[in-house]
Design a protein around this ligand. Structure first.
Ligand code: GTP
Ligand code: MG
Length: 151
């Protein structure tokens, strides 16, 4: 089953939005298979956002990600990568639809509270960067037969 890497950034943690964000992924029907809270180093943040290293906001972005606790998670489910991004909403909260996490809970692009993998390759790389294999838990949830309609 597909897995995606989701992180609640320091602004989301400081604003007390961890439970709200987790709840939206749970209610959708995705399954939490890894979670931890960490303060990433700046070097680690640079690795995480390496694709953006030429962008003018890269330094500020990495300073910000490493400025406090981040809740790092892996969520599993059919379409978890693409639909995870839908739950999150557009990068700039001014453009995110109401009903999305950023649309409902954030205002500016530099403080958009949550990260989600943008494709299968990045999901794999980001899960490997943030988690060791043994930190990922495979289990069957009783809800799955109701979510997917298979026994
Ligand atoms: P992530 O899930 O965090 O990766 O966001 P995204 O995939 O929606 O956007 P992208 O990967 O392009 O950018 C990563 C992060 O950089 C965004 O979440 C923003 O916090 C920040 N960012 C992107 N564009 C801008 C910008 O124009 N200005 C500033 N200040 N920050 C930006
Ligand atoms: Mg991105």
């Amino acid at each position: 089953m597909e897995r995606t890497f989701i992180a609640i950034k320091p602004d989301g943690v400081q604003r007390g939005l961890v439970a709200e964000i987790i709840s939206r992924f749970e209610r959708k029907g995705f399954k939490l298979v890894a979670i931890k809270i960490v303060v990433p180093s700046k070097q680690f943040a640079q690795k995480h956002y390496h694709d953006l290293k030429e962008r003018p906001f890269f330094n500020g972005l990495c300073d910000f990600l490493s400025s406090g606790p981040v809740v790092a998670m892996v969520w599993e489910g059919e379409g978890a990568i693409t639909y995870g991004r839908k739950l999150i909403g557009a990068t700039d909260p001014q453009k995110s639809e109401p009903g999305t996490i950023r649309g409902d809970l954030a205002v500016v692009v530099g403080r958009n509270i949550i990260h989600g993998s943008d494709g299968p390759e990045t999901a794999k790389d980001e899960i490997n960067l943030w988690f060791k294999g043994e930190e990922l838990v495979s289990y069957t949830s009783n809800a799955e037969k109701w979510i997917y309609g298979v026994n």
